[in-house]
Design a protein around this ligand. Sequence first.
Ligand code: UN1
Length: 503
Amino acid sequence: MTRQIVSVVGGKDVPSAGAYQSTNPARTGQVVADVGLADAGAFADACRTAKEAQREWAKVPPPVRGRVIASIGRLVEANAESLAKLVTEEIGKPYAEALGEVREIVDTCDFFLGEGRRLYGQTVPSEMPDKNLFTFRTPVGVAAVITAGNFPVAVPSWYLVPALLCGNAVVWKPAEYAAASAHAMYQLFVAAGLPDGVLNIVFADGDQTFEGLERALGEGTVHKVGFTGSSEVGRRVGELTGRHLQSACLELGGKNPMVIMPDADLDLAVEGALFAGFGTAGQRCTSLGTVIAHESVHAEFVERFARAVREARIGDPTQDVLAGPLLDQKFADRYEEYLTWIQPHHRVVPGEVGRITPDNPRGDFTGDGGLYYHPVVVDGVRATDRLFLEETFGPIVGVTGFQTFDEAVELANLPGYGLSSSIYTTDPKHAFRFREGVSAGMVSVNNSTSGAEAHLPFGGNGKSGNGSRQSGMWVLDQFTRWQAMNWDHSGRLQKAQMDVVDI
Ligand code: UN1
């Protein structure tokens, strides 16, 4: 039965101004949910409601808020299989991965429930006698969180959990094509004991969201924006928030490089490249963009990589496969455009390109009518090629060669993104030099570019973000602001910088 879902603000369903259908990409045409869309006015109303609710929520002692986070974790854990099944149905993510994604919400809750009992401030020495200085973390207020659908539940939890723990209210705008998964997660969060209005979910298209956000920023009802999505939209979000003197936490695209040194374990590198390039059908922000292989191992690597790609299982995401279909029709359309970036000087391996259909099968798999694509390795990309310079979101990986280590680092940084990166080497010197030289916020050694753990700082530089970090204790700086307090008990006015104590 098709689910009917609408936005929920202050605990109440919001009347819809438009409609959208979220579909199963493994069986095109099968509707997963009828989604009612809100307009800009409803978005701005949600932010006003959130601001009201936030006042009371901020008064709840942080350890008590931590207990609510603990309940969220336990509820998500108890419902992990049904939530993961829904993620698989709605975006075609293989079930084992979807379950891992749900696990990541639980990990995030486990990490932050204890933060409710810490959320430390500091005592700081004063330059004057009989005076004490302190710092406190204060909530920012209302966070508008806008998320993509490739990680429809885990990545939103990176924002929602710390934001709520820190005493903020949230208006969450998930991707429409993953609306049912987001709505199911929202219901688990509120069932754990969040008061009405503290967490609100709004489904809206991009234009209405921008307009609503602009209104809310103008009215002073949004104080932080968390955004995960493309660099292009992230730039617009950053401009908008900046114009209103608010800040955004931006987690954007990547062109994540993998450097293969001559001393690398090639089988391990192939395994890492296969998972990073074609796991999640190449639709992670941390997916592998280009392999940069030393000339002495380049040909051998490509041969082994092509063999592994040929043997990889692509198909029904409810089964044990490396990858299922692309997320949604709009991603399939964009992916077909990336395929036009392939040039005559490129060598495409294993060979088949494009959508998997009865006319263009992959072995005996004919595509089941879903948005399945052949995984493509493009060897011989040049540093000036579009395929080398721009993010592609889907199952396509470029390969290029290098001679010196410095050249490899330069190539890794050239596209101007800086999210994830990886080096395969058995020499610690090269691993640490790579870390120093690469512009990425995340560096893997002998491991895939994707698959970061939930308690490390996650985020990028350059076109991948504005330097903000999600996850772990570092994200607290996004959802709290430091407040400084001084308390003078000398009984007289002591003037800083003027009443200097001499020794
Ligand atoms: C994303 O695609 O937006 O590190 C996030 C990873 C995952 C998160 C990806 N844990 O690959």
